[in-house]
Design a protein around this ligand. Structure first.
Ligand code: FES
Length: 568
C-alpha cells in the first residue's frame, strides 16, 4: 500500500502526473522535499466560533504538531464540521452522522498515514470514531478535555447538571431573573466540555477504556498545561502508529473492548447516550451491541465514580483522583485487560499507570461503591419490543417500581405548549409520556426525554415523576426517566398507541415497562396509525429520514453501518 503523499492520488489517469501536481501545489505552502517524505499525520481541526467547548483546539493542534515533528512526522491539520450541543438545530444528534461522513471522507480523500481526532463536545468524538473506523487508517483520539468548575455563593457549579437544577429552581420561583443571569456566567467558566459525567465526559472515559486514546486523556481539564503535554504525546504516538501501519480502529474495536466500554459506562454512572454511540461505533466494524449483555454488565458492575449527576464531584476531581487508569484498577475483575490499545500494548498497561491518591473519595473501592449495581438498565415489555433504557443511578428509588396514569404529549411541540398550562390534568403520580421524539419522529432524537415537571407541580414541590419517551436525555440530567423506547412512535411503535388515561407499569427490578391495555384495543389503535408528519423531500433531511436506524443500532444511517471498502 502506498504511504505519505503518494496515498490516494487524485485521478488524472497518470499516477506520476498526479503526484507531480500534488507536490507542486503543496510546495506553494513552503514545504521541503524532506518534510514531504515523512509519515503524514492528519489532525482534525474542529475549532469553531460556534463551539466554545472546542475553544482550546488551536492550542491542542499546536501541541500535536510539536509531538509529530519531534518524532519525525509531518503534521497536516484539516477542517471538518464541528457540532456544539447548544448551537445545533434541531439537535446535535441530527448532525452526528453528517460529521461522521465528513470525517470519513476527508480522512479517505487526503493523504495521511494516521489521523489524530481532536474533539469532545457530545456528538463529536462518536462521529469522528465512526468516520475513522470506516476510513480504516490508524487513528488516535485526543479529547479537548473538561471545563474547570464554577462557583456561585459558596457552591461549586458545573455544566450542565447544575444548569438544569438551577433552572428548575428558577421555574419554581426560587431564583429570580437577576440571579439566574449571574448564574449563566458561572456555569461554564472555561473552554472544554461539560465537567459533569455528561455525554462528553462519558465518551472520553469510554474511549480511553476502548484503548483509542492515551491513558489519562479523558479527565485532564481543558485549560491545564498537562492537556497540552497529552496532545504532544498523542502526536508522538500517532507517528509510531503511522510507521507500524496500525492499529486501525477496527483492530481495537473487538467484542472484548466493546464489553470493556460497557463496564466503564456502567461504573462511571455515564450518560445513556454512551450506549447509542457505542452501538453506532460497533456497527461501523460489523459488530452489534447486545443490550442484554449491557444489562448483565450493569447487574454486576457497581457505580464507583462519584460524579454529578449520580454523585457529587466533577471531572477535574476525577483527574486529581487518578482518573480512568485508577478506575480500571478497581474494575480489574470485570475487564478484558488483554484488549489492545493505540499504544501497541494492552489495557493492562493503562491500568498499571494508575496513581494511588491518598484520601481521595471520587473513585470508590469495590468494597464501598456509590451504587452496588451499574448506572443503567435495559427494559423490555409491550411498550418497547426493541428495548428501552433507564438510568436508575440518577432516578428516585421510590419511583423505580411504579404504576400510574399516562398523560400523553404527542410531540415535543405539544409538550412545550401544554406542560405549564395551569389547566393541564396532571398529578404527581402520573406517568408523563412523550411520543414522536425518536430518530425519525422529531427528527434527530432530541434530548427531550427529560420532560420538565409541570410548573404547577414543581411549584408544589414535586421534584421527580416517571417520564417515558422515544427521545434521548442529556447525560447531565437526572430523574426517573425511561428513554430510547424502540421502535419509536413515528414508525408505528407501541409508544404511539398510548392515550391519556391508560395505565403504565414500570417494573425496573424485573426490567419491564408495560402498557396495561388489552391486545384487541391496541390492535384497533394500531390500525389507525399514520406518520406524524410528511416525509422530507430533499437534502440532508431526506437522507436522514430515509436511512436513520433505530436507537438499538445507534441511529447510524443504514448505508453507513457495516464494513466498508478498505482505504486505498
Ligand atoms: Fe459541549 Fe456539554 S455543551 S460538552
Amino acid at each position: 500500500m502506498s504511504t505519505g503523499l503518494r496515498k490516494g492520488l487524485t485521478s488524472y489517469g497518470d499516477a506520476g502526473f498526479s503526484l507531480f501536481l500534488r507536490k507542486a501545489f503543496i510546495k506553494a505552502a513552503g514545504y521541503s522535499d524532506d518534510a514531504l517524505d515523512r509519515p503524514i499525520i492528519g489532525i482534525t481541526d474542529t475549532a469553531s466560533d460556534y463551539n466554545p467547548c472546542h475553544g482550546n483546539a488551536p492550542q491542542l493542534i499546536e501541541a500535536v504538531r510539536r509531538g509529530v515533528m519531534l518524532s519525525g512526522g509531518l503534521p497536516m491539520a484539516f477542517p471538518t464540521i464541528s457540532i456544539h450541543e447548544s448551537f445545533s438545530h434541531p439537535t446535535s444528534m441530527y448532525l452526528r452522522n453528517l460529521m461522521a461522513m465528513d470525517t470519513e471522507e476527508m480522512v479517505r480523500a487526503q493523504p495521511m498515514d494516521a489521523v489524530v481526532l481532536i474533539g469532545g463536545c457530545d456528538k463529536t468524538l462518536p462521529a469522528q470514531i465512526m468516520g475513522a473506523a470506516s476510513a480504516g487508517i490508524p487513528a488516535i483520539v485526543l479529547p479537548v478535555g473538561p471545563m474547570v468548575v464554577g462557583h456561585h455563593r459558596g457552591e461549586v457549579l458545573g455544566a450542565c447538571t447544575d444548569c438544569r437544577r438551577l433552572w428548575g429552581q428558577h421555574r419554581a420561583g426560587k431564583i429570580d431573573e437577576a440571579e439566574i443571569e449571574v448564574i449563566s456566567g458561572r456555569l461554564a467558566p472555561s473552554v472544554g466540555t461539560c465537567m459533569v459525567m455528561g455525554t462528553a465526559s462519558t465518551m472520553a472515559c469510554m474511549i480511553e477504556g476502548l484503548g483509542l486514546s492515551l491513558p489519562h486523556s479523558a479527565a485532564i481539564p481543558a485549560p491545564h498545561a498537562e492537556r497540552l503535554r497529552c496532545g504532544e504525546a498523542t502526536g508522538r504516538v500517532a507517528v509510531e502508529m503511522a510507521r507500524r501501519g496500525g492499529p486501525a480502529p477496527k483492530a481495537l474495536l473487538t467484542p472484548g473492548s466493546l464489553r470493556n466500554a460497557m463496564v466503564v459506562l456502567q461504573a462511571i454512572g455515564g450518560s445513556t447516550n454512551g450506549l447509542v454511540h457505542l452501538a453506532a461505533i460497533a456497527g461501523r466494524v460489523g459488530l452489534r451491541v447486545d443490550l442484554e449483555e449491557f444489562d448483565r454488565v450493569g447487574r454486576e458492575v457497581p457505580v464507583l465514580v462519584d460524579l454529578k449527576p449520580s454523585g457529587d464531584h466533577y471531572m477535574e476531581h476525577l483527574h486529581h483522583a487518578g482518573a480512568v487508569p485508577r478506575l480500571l484498577q478497581e474494575l480489574e475483575p470485570f475487564l478484558d485487560l488483554e484488549a489492545p490499545t493505540v499504544m501497541g500494548g494492552t489495557l493492562r498497561d493503562y491500568m498499571n499507570l494508575a496513581e494511588e491518591v491518598p484520601g481521595q473519595t471520587v473513585i470508590r473501592p469495590r468494597s464501598n461503591p456509590l451504587k452496588s449495581t451499574g448506572g443503567m438498565a435495559v427494559l423490555r415489555g409491550n411498550l418497547c419490543p426493541g428495548g428501552a433504557v433507564i438510568k436508575h443511578a440518577a432516578a428516585t428509588p421510590a419511583l423505580l417500581q411504579h404504576e400510574g396514569r399516562a398523560v400523553v404529549f404527542t410531540s415535543v411541540e405539544d409538550m412545550t405548549n401544554r406542560i405549564d398550562d395551569p389547566s393541564l390534568d396532571v398529578a404527581a403520580d402520573d406517568v408523563l409520556v412523550l411520543q414522536n421524539a425518536g430518530p425519525k419522529g422529531a427528527p434527530g432524537m432530541p434530548e427531550a426525554g427529560y420532560l420538565p415537571i409541570p410548573r404547577k407541580l414543581a411549584q408544589a414541590g414535586v421534584k421527580d415523576m416517571v417520564r417515558i419517551s422515544d427521545a434521548r436525555m442529556s447525560g447531565t440530567a437526572f430523574g426517573t426517566i425511561v428513554l430510547h423506547i424502540t421502535p419509536e412512535a413515528a414508525v408505528g411503535g407501541p409508544l404511539g398507541l398510548v392515550r391519556t388515561g391508560d395505565r403504565i407499569r414500570l417494573d425496573t427490578a424485573n426490567r419491564r415497562i408495560d402498557l396495561l391495555v388489552d391486545e384487541a384495543e391496541l390492535e384497533r389503535r394500531a390500525a389507525d396509525f399514520a406518520p406524524p408528519r410528511p416525509a422530507p423531500k430533499r437534502g440532508y433531511a431526506k437522507l436522514f429520514h430515509d436511512t436513520v436506524l433505530q436507537a438499538d443500532r445507534g441511529c447510524d444511517f443504514d448505508f453507513l453501518a457495516g464494513e466498508d471498502d478498505p482505504a486505498e
